[in-house]
Design a protein around this ligand. Structure first.
Ligand SMILES: CC(C)(COP(=O)(O)OP(=O)(O)OC[C@H]1O[C@@H](n2cnc3c(N)ncnc32)[C@H](O)[C@@H]1OP(=O)(O)O)[C@@H](O)C(=O)NCCC(=O)NCCS
Length: 179
């Protein structure tokens, strides 16, 4: 029997825009493992484009959890553009404290699911942000993932489909720091 895996044994490291060349492949590999059952979907195949897009942001922030040399999970995002935050069209009036971090992507290798690793990288990414809010998009067809975010303090404020071939996403918002 395999020994049980524990998130506590992982080495959590932080990366920025300048690190993109050396973390790009790790992000692509973890994503391919995490989405293995859904990689026939052309939208998921475009992930490398999204890595360039988000990693190209000068304030890109990324956390990767390593088991030895192997990247097993990541979380990344970047500050939202003021007035163009994903929540903006759904909240009237807008929150008074509205500086927002866009939490773009989270993925955990299948072997490391249900070990607390998703929460570990999420909290590590968000704990030293100085924005007021964090917003993310989650596929409305994945209610169990939405429930996970709700357990961490996010609430659904609307729905959007950013690209014609993307899923319809629930827009989820939380105050920072996370509770
Ligand atoms: C989302 C994720 C990080 C959560 O990891 P975790 O905390 O270890 O939790 P689990 O993997 O058990 O996922 C929680 C629940 O969501 C479900 N789920 C996870 N990813 C899913 C997906 N892509 N599609 C549909 N359901 C999914 C799981 O089956 C599980 O359901 P259950 O509680 O009924 O067993 C991990 O499942 C993952 O990397 N998924 C693929 C990538 C993804 O969907 N990222 C989120 C983008 S918003």
């Amino acid at each position: 029997m395999e020994p049980s895996l524990s998130a506590a044994e992982l080495d959590v490291r932080r990366f920025t825009h300048n690190d993109l060349p050396r973390i790009r492949q790790a992000l692509i590999d973890v994503h391919a493992d995490a989405y293995a059952e859904a990689m026939e979907d052309e939208f998921n195949q475009r992930f490398p484009w999204f890595v360039e897009h988000w990693g190209g942001h000068p304030d890109f922030a990324c956390v990767i959890a390593f088991d030895g040399d192997e990247a097993v999970a990541f979380a990344y995002g970047a500050p939202s553009t003021p007035q163009r935050e994903w929540w903006r069209e759904h909240l009237d009036p807008a929150p008074t404290r509205s500086r927002t971090f866009s939490y773009s992507e989270l993925a955990v290798r299948t072997k490391w699911r249900k070990t607390g690793t998703a929460e570990l990288v999420t909290r590590a990414l968000l704990e030293d942000r100085d924005e007021d809010l964090v917003v993310l998009l989650v596929d409305t067809g994945h209610p169990r993932v939405q429930a996970l975010y709700e357990a961490w303090g996010f609430r659904k404020v609307g729905a959007r489909q950013p690209f014609p071939d993307s899923p319809v996403y629930a827009v989820m918002l939380a105050d920072l720091p996370l509770g």
